[in-house]
Write a protein that binds this ligand. Structure first.
Ligand code: NAP
Ligand code: 3JN
Length: 337
């Protein structure tokens, strides 16, 4: 049994981590939920028992074997080194260490072996990059990948628990004629009945921080540092699960049927591609599941070596918590702890 700390246990990702640890029967001996001083003393439920939340501090990791971090990148930078110093292996959900050359960035279906050389910190990718590479890895291995162009349709749970409340309150206010719609607080513009082409901050080149993370992390995860990739990340009024419209150019040509044959056998992928029956991946079907749903696979009419597809996955589960727990499982089962 292992002593497991969850930093950010009161948040959207942290709460999902607790559920996923429970569901997958991870061998948790002691559980240490950590959050800000605001939550110290609060209880979170684990396996039907209340567990007291402690403040995330440098000395909170004594005796901890595995520390799952989802309390934001500045907390990861501040406290992950102390956790490693105390003897824990950190699986970090933030962007703090993802692009560090000595830190493995891991999606187990894609590059599990990268975990082996870890020096105490393993990074969990961004929730758009993770499903993307699960779907693209078998194609890249079979025929090579030259270029990726994607647009994401990201649910509000990707911004955290407060954004879920904001969408619910705004939608209700917008629909109730006698109520005033609450002003945006989490987002810069109303998210209810709207589409926001803006996630994270704009950078000098016109891309946002979210788009940059998706592009850089995809290259690192696929081991293709020269991959041409362009992302447009968009927030949509959906509660759970991120969708992606993806166009790829392969090195060798690959037909849509050949791509379907590769993807039906790919670990972590569920093919939902029966357009004649109106069956394709939907956010509401992906929510609460761990699979990456792929469909709408078709030859790209604009390019002889091009394919288009639609990818949907639960951002809090495979996009964050499930992937982190899978990494923890690899550490244990492969003897890499
Ligand atoms: P959230 O719902 O807002 O939760 C934030 C969590 O961090 C809460 O537990 C909060 O504790 C804790 N926290 C905030 N400030 C803290 C402090 N000063 N010291 C200790 N704990 C603090 O956000 P979320 O959606 O769960 O996301 C949390 C982080 O996970 C993000 O910032 C991001 O780095 C990462 N994330 C990763 C992915 C991914 O794609 N892999 C997706 C989403 C998020 P209190 O309740 O006490 O405030
Ligand atoms: O917005 C989304 O849908 C995903 C957000 C992820 C996120 C939010 C705040 C900070 C991240 C991340 O995982 O890339 C971070 C971060 O750690 O940079």
């Amino acid at each position: 049994m292992f002593s497991v700390a969850v930093a950010g246990a009161t948040g959207a990702v942290g709460a999902t981590m607790l559920s996923v640890l429970e569901e997958r029967g991870f061998p948790v001996g002691k559980l240490r939920p950590l959050a800000s001083a605001r939550s110290a003393g609060r209880q979170v439920d684990y396996l039907g028992r209340p567990r007291e939340v402690r403040e995330l501090t440098e000395d909170a990791f004594e005796g901890v074997d595995i520390a799952l971090f989802s309390a934001g990148s500045s907390r990861s930078r501040a406290f992950a080194p102390a956790a490693v110093e105390a003897g824990a292996v950190v699986i970090d959900n933030s962007s703090a260490f993802r692009m560090h050359p000595d830190v493995p960035l891991v999606v187990p279906e894609v590059n599990e072996d990268a975990i082996e050389g870890h020096s105490g910190i393993i990074a969990n990718p961004n929730c758009v990059a993770t499903p993307l590479v699960v779907a693209l890895k078998p194609i890249a291995d079979a025929v090579g990948l030259r270029r990726v162009v994607l647009s994401s349709y990201q649910s509000v749970s990707g911004t955290g628990a407060a954004a879920v409340d904001e969408l619910r309150a705004q939608a209700a206010g917008h629909l109730a004629e006698d109520e005033v719609e609450p002003e945006p607080e989490v987002y810069l513009h109303p998210i209810a009945f709207n589409v926001l082409p803006h996630i994270d901050v704009f950078e000098e080149d016109g891309y946002t921080g979210e788009e940059r993370k998706v592009m850089e992390e995809t290259r690192k995860l696929l081991g293709l540092p020269d991959l041409a990739i362009s992302a447009t990340c968009v927030r949509v009024p959906v509660f759970y699960a991120h969708s992606e419209s993806v166009q790829i150019e392969t090195v060798e040509p690959l037909s849509a049927d050949e791509a379907r044959n590769l993807l039906v056998a790919a670990p972590g992928v569920v093919l939902v591609d029966e357009p004649r029956l109106n069956l394709y991946p939907l956010a509401r079907d992906a929510a609460g599941r761990d699979d990456v749903l792929v469909g709408r696979i078709r030859d790209d009419a604009s390019h002889p070596s091009g394919l288009a597809m639609w990818i949907v996955s639960d951002n809090l589960r495979k996009g964050a918590a499930t992937n982190a727990v899978q990494i923890a499982e690899s550490l244990v089962t492969r003897g890499w702890l």
